[in-house]
Design a protein around this ligand. Structure first.
Ligand SMILES: *[C@@H]1O[C@H](CO)[C@@H](O)[C@H](O)[C@H]1NC(C)=O
Ligand SMILES: *[C@@H]1O[C@H](CO)[C@@H](O)[C@H](O)[C@H]1NC(C)=O
Ligand SMILES: *[C@@H]1O[C@H](CO)[C@@H](O)[C@H](O)[C@H]1NC(C)=O
Length: 859
């Protein structure tokens, strides 16, 4: 028997827990201290530790026994467990803070833990986490015996006090009998104890729940949220979506818009004739069997689903409403259509010379608008210059380096590093060169924002024209994507197509050629050089009905033609982009040979954290030595890498002669905040604007170059693609009527036509969920420059910015309650801005519920 070691563990576990819990609390308080008015922080300060004290007492009792009895062994086991997980969690908090400057949310971390790819991501922070853990263990060592014994003594004395017979010790006044003269002794400490307990209890009860409950939570308590994610009551699924709209005046009947042609009308509010008529509309393009995604156009299926829901729904449990809530554009209070406006004049003239046989949608990981391309005198450019000491000899070369950083982006967008074209340097050898005629190239959108700073929620928006589900991670796969996605629409178009049929011979006039393209079959392929097992992306791709996926797992499979990978892994998700080039090349060759139409969706990944470029890619030093800018420097290098890679893809289109009939859509999945932008870096629970501004380009060599200013989101991509296919006569008659009809079923506006920022007092709202998805919502509107971040759970602050006066959000207003925020906004930006903030909050909360309803999500 090794008794001493048993006895030694007790004090150790006890002080380990104390150190872990208290240091986590200190970090937690430090992160929140500035968010609370000083006076309140001081007053409520003691209450922040109530839970911790309680936990520490419990731990001491658990580690009490002296002998090896069953109780003390069990106590030691539980105590040891508590101490170990607290140490781990506390170290993780510190590591996370060190890496991102943010706070780890345990309920989100819970879903990560069950996901191997996510764990690899977390492991990238292993060094700071272990360092923090180590430091805590070291700090524990010297204080161990003293702490354990002292605390034990205190507990014993307290215990004695509360044992009946000793209650008189609590009295402030005692008669001491030993003295002859029945002297009264005044004892102060019981008074103090009583006052403290009373005032703590009082404070605990009077302090507001938000934010103080979050701030006071002790580590194991917040950790336990990993186990049970927030469960909802039954969402108000059956409510027609207009009923609970916070601004009912904007929906009044005199503002309704009558249906005409393909426009389905707009009449939100109560269930009404127009709303019902939408469901009963006859659509001449509907085939025998509809592809996945089109359930709501299938009247028989809808009826069945509704009946099932009615019979199944019990009184007390949530009714099974799967599939019964659908998007209805007539009933959508937020919908503003611009399809009644003519497309831009320059485009209209060009449409007849444009043919779109293929669509390539490139989603660029973490690509910020201000780096697509990077521009002289931009905020970022200034930050780069500031990183140089004045006497730094490298400073003279920095502009030259930067002017070559994003040359492909320059050619794709028509924007450039230098304002005057004369100053632009020549392209370096090997960089893709645009073959289109001068003044041609397509639509470059300035002002676009992502709908989600979680990558694949953003992909969902661009591929399906839907908003994200405001839930942590890809919970969309547990609901129903509420609109048909691009591959599903193409599947619809494939009805009665036969690529191997007519029009076999090569020499055709363009008119005949066009007609033959109309008869071709579409093929939808998804390609990325990284894993698709992270956060159920493979499932999401299946939900979007991609015919084929080419991902890390494909070319790591021994039986695959492209096995083995030709280069080493470069980050925790997978390989460098070039790993998929042979596949894309063969795919294009195949599609051209088989006379098919290609929809290629490619997701880049090298620009993801930790921003490692392949070894053979020569790094350039962009940042100076003033301060630490390693992250930005690595990032600029991978940005250049992916810029060149985009050029390689465009080069493949040139090589196979399909560039002039391919629409290339380039969009950033989200931005990326760095130390140069804001204290809190990364996308996780970070609402900063640099995570939201993304490039958005619709490139076609036969479309004139057009710069469009619009605060649109990537949700506009799908309707714009449909609009382009129809406007350029790239579809046959049936598909044209289907596409013209479907365009009106999506929420977002088409970017071929002037963007409607408001209509009849209604604003064109943009919502952006913030990685991981369920805690914070970013709300802006194309009609005003304001932006607000609202917490959807109580653990975050409200945040307001005015991008007109503070374009890079250097001075946000942050408050714990909407009322405090509105007051501060009123003071700084005026009454109108304050009113907007309050409305935006209400609209955002309504939208959150609405998204749950539309996804038929019962989480
Ligand atoms: C809105 O678009 C304009 C360009 O039209 C852009 O300057 C502005 O930054 C955008 N707003 C936001 C919040 O990004
Ligand atoms: C397509 O056309 C080819 C040649 O005309 C024919 O052999 C084939 O059966 C057709 N396939 C379909 C699905 O109609
Ligand atoms: C595109 O270019 C190729 C080769 O340069 C040419 O044969 C083809 O007709 C062009 N297509 C269109 C739609 O202009």
């Amino acid at each position: 028997m090794n008794l001493p070691s048993f006895r030694a563990w007790q004090p150790f576990f006890f002080s380990l827990l104390v150190v872990a819990v208290l240091s986590a609390k200190l970090l937690h308080l430090f992160q929140h201290a500035r968010s609370i008015p000083l006076l309140r922080f001081i007053i409520y300060f003691p209450t922040f530790f109530i839970q911790d004290c309680f936990l520490i007492i419990v731990q001491r009792l658990l580690l009490h026994g002296q002998t090896r009895s069953v109780q003390s062994t069990v106590g030691l086991a539980i105590g040891g467990f508590l101490a170990t997980i607290s140490l781990g969690a506390s170290a993780a908090q510190y590591g996370f803070y060190y890496v991102t400057g943010g706070e780890l949310q345990w309920d989100a971390a819970g879903s990560v833990a069950s996901d191997p790819a996510a764990i690899r991501l977390m492991l990238s922070g292993i060094v700071p986490v272990s360092t923090a853990g180590m430091a805590m263990v070291l700090a524990t060592w010297p204080i161990t015996p003293v702490l354990h014994n002292k605390f034990g003594c205190w507990l014993t004395s307290v215990w004695k006090l509360v044992t009946p017979g000793n209650w008189d010790m609590l009295l402030p006044v005692v008669r001491t009998k030993s003295d002859l003269s029945h002297q009264k002794i005044i004892r102060l400490w019981p008074l103090c104890v009583l006052t403290t307990i009373c005032s703590l209890t009082l404070l605990q009860f009077v302090r507001p729940a938000v934010p103080y409950d979050h701030i006071s939570a002790t580590l194991p308590v917040s950790l336990s949220r990993m186990l049970h994610s927030k469960s909802n009551n039954c969402p108000a699924h059956s409510l027609p979506n207009g009923k609970s709209f916070p601004l009912p005046d904007l929906l009044s009947q005199d503002l309704w818009i009558m249906p005409h042609e393909n426009y389905k009308g707009w009449a939100p509010g109560q269930d009404n004739f127009f709303i019902q008529q939408y469901m009963e509309r006859d659509r001449n393009w509907i085939p025998e069997t509809l592809p996945a995604g089109f359930e709501r156009w299938d009247k028989k299926k809808m009826l069945e689903a509704e009946n099932k829901a009615l019979t199944k729904g019990g009184r007390n449990k949530c009714p099974d409403i799967s599939g019964t809530n659908v998007y209805n554009p007539v009933a959508d209070p937020l919908r503003i259509s611009n399809l009644d406006l003519e497309p831009y004049g320059e485009l209209r003239e060009a449409f007849k010379d444009v043919l779109i046989s293929h669509v390539v949608l490139v989603t660029m990981e973490s690509t910020r608008k201000d780096m697509f391309p990077i521009k002289h005198d931009s905020y970022l450019h200034q930050k780069i210059l500031q990183s140089y000491k004045d006497d730094d000899s490298d400073k003279a070369q920095v502009d030259e380096k930067l002017s070559q950083l994003t040359r492909v982006a320059e050619q794709v967008t028509g924007e450039s590093f230098y304002n005057s074209p004369g100053k632009q340097p020549d392209l370096l050898p090997g960089v893709w060169r645009d073959q289109s005629a001068p003044g041609m190239g397509g639509i470059n959108v300035v002002g676009a924002l992502t709908g989600s700073s979680l990558s694949f929620k953003s992909v969902l928006g661009s591929h399906c024209g839907v908003g994200p589900l405001p839930r942590d991670f890809l919970e969309e796969v547990n609901g129903k994507i509420y609109q048909p996605c691009i591959p599903q629409i193409l599947e619809l178009f494939n009805n009665e197509k036969n690529s191997s049929g007519k029009h076999q011979d090569g020499k055709e006039a363009l008119r005949d050629y066009r007609a033959s393209v109309h008869q071709r079959e579409w093929e939808s392929v998804f390609v990325q050089s990284i894993t698709d097992r992270y956060d159920r992306q493979d499932e999401l791709n299946r939900h979007m009905s991609f015919g084929q996926s080419f991902v890390r797992e494909t070319f790591e499979d021994e039986n695959n033609k492209y096995y083995p990978p030709k280069s080493p892994e470069i980050n925790y998700f997978g390989y460098a982009e070039t790993e998929v080039k042979p596949f894309i090349r063969d795919l294009i060759a195949d599609v051209v040979a088989k006379k098919k139409r290609l929809f290629l969706s490619h997701f880049t990944s090298t620009t993801h954290h930790p921003w490692t470029a392949p070894d053979d890619f020569s790094a350039v030093k962009y940042m100076g030595s003033e301060g630490s800018h390693e992250h930005m420097d690595s990032f600029l290098n991978v940005v250049r890498y992916d810029d060149l890679w985009l050029g390689q893809i465009l080069g493949l289109l040139d090589e196979y002669g399909i560039a002039n009939e391919t629409l290339v859509v380039v969009v950033g999945d989200h931005g990326q905040a760095f130390e140069e932008d804001t204290q809190l870096t990364g996308t996780y629970e970070n609402g900063h604007i640099s995570n939201f501004r993304v490039p958005l380009v619709f490139r076609h060599p036969h479309l004139p170059r057009l710069q469009v200013s619009a605060n649109a989101t990537s949700m506009s991509i799908l309707p714009t693609i449909l609009d382009l296919l129809v406007s350029t006569n790239s579809l046959d008659a049936t598909d044209t009527s289907a596409a013209s009809d479907l365009m009106h079923d999506y929420e977002a506006q088409s970017l071929l036509r002037p963007y409607q920022t408001s209509l009849n007092g209604r604003q064109a709202w943009n919502f952006g969920v913030i990685n991981a998805g369920g805690a914070l919502l970013s709300i802006s509107s194309a009609a005003v420059p304001y932006r607000i971040i609202i917490p959807l759970s109580g653990d975050f602050m409200f945040r307001f910015t005015n991008t007109a006066t503070d374009s890079n959000e250097l001075h946000p207003l942050e408050k714990w309650t909407l009322m405090d925020l509105a007051r501060a906004v009123r003071k700084k930006h005026g009454e109108e801005a304050a009113k907007w903030a309050t409305e935006a909050d209400a609209i955002g909360r309504w939208w959150t519920k609405e998204m749950h309803r539309l996804y038929n999500y019962n989480g």
